[in-house]
Ligand binder design. Structure first.
Ligand code: G
Ligand code: MN
Length: 270
């Protein structure tokens, strides 16, 4: 008698399985220093996620974020990064005890009520001081409900959290945002610094710095890769800077070593 043929469909694991990656411990954080240009002291670190993918190798957010196509999973990732970074920084020696921590949060999530509750709960349940926390609002799509986002920001600000507008000057992070969102910091996108050779771009950055100052918002210039760029932004009056010239994103271990660098050496001034 002929045996019935049983057909098993091959089990296809999704290649970008975020929940699986979290469960298997494939995500890790790096910390990129943000330096105070007044004296070279370490002001804060930006937490940046890496995915050690078993098949694709080490992935940067730019490689995998576009593959995660639902807001719920983006929020899961943001919250995972927030919790892990607060926990790791809390484990640092007291000398590093007061540095700030910046976390990337999709600005569009601030319009999702559940997201605000999740953020507030994660912050409240940690022993990390909320006043050290800066949420960087990044934008992939236009913020649909700015009014709601403004009230969400206000609520988290009452807990002591501060806000930065990330990648300012590109995409959706426009002047309109500066007017509407109660930001504490403005992160000037690295493409402006990259274009510095041209006087026109230096003039734009100078004008943005002046505008931020007028609005009482502190500026963080991103993507500083060369001494000349550092020199120009200091001359133009930027307060904080971040970029490969100052430091690449570091492991927690290397951050401890970096924190021992004499502050003025970071700015290459004697
Ligand atoms: O969008 P956001 O500013 O959060 O992006 C941070 C990303 O920018 C990180 O992936 C980080 O590694 C990268 N980055 C940080 N400093 C520099 C730099 O000086 N040059 C370039 N090209 N990229 C940088
Ligand atoms: Mn950022």
């Amino acid at each position: 008698m002929q045996q019935p043929v049983t057909c098993f469909a091959p089990r296809v694991e999704p290649i970008f399985d975020l929940h699986g990656a979290i469960a298997r411990g494939e995500l890790a954080l790096r910390y990129q220093p943000i330096v105070d240009l007044l004296d070279g002291s370490l002001f804060a670190v930006e937490a940046l996620v890496r995915w050690h993918h078993p098949e694709l190798g080490e992935l940067l957010p730019a490689a995998f974020l576009p593959q995660i196509d639902n807001e719920r999973d983006h929020r899961t990732l943001d919250i995972w990064v927030l919790r892990r970074a607060m926990e790791e920084l809390d484990s640092l020696p007291p000398a590093l005890g007061s540095i700030g921590l910046t976390i990337n949060v999709g600005a569009e999530h601030l319009a999702a009520p559940r997201s605000i509750v999740e953020l507030a709960e994660a912050i409240a349940s940690s022993s990390f001081e909320a006043g050290r926390l800066v949420l960087e609002l990044t934008e992939n799509t236009a913020l649909r409900d700015t009014d709601y986002a403004v009230s969400s920001i206000a609520e988290l600000k009452r807990a002591g959290v501060r806000f930065a507008i990330d990648d300012f000057g590109t995409g959706f992070a426009t002047l309109d945002y500066l007017g509407r969102l109660p930001a504490d910091f403005l992160k000037i996108d690295r493409s402006f610094v990259a274009a510095f050779r041209d006087d026109k771009w230096a003039a734009i950055v100078e004008a943005v710095l002046a505008l931020a100052q007028r609005l009482g918002i502190a500026t963080i210039v991103e993507g500083v890769e060369q001494f000349e760029q550092l020199h120009v932004i200091r001359t133009l009056g930027a307060r904080y800077a971040q970029g490969y010239f100052l430091s690449r994103p570091l492991t927690l271990e290397n951050l401890k070593t970096y924190s021992e660098t004499p502050p003025r050496h970071r700015l290459r001034i004697c």
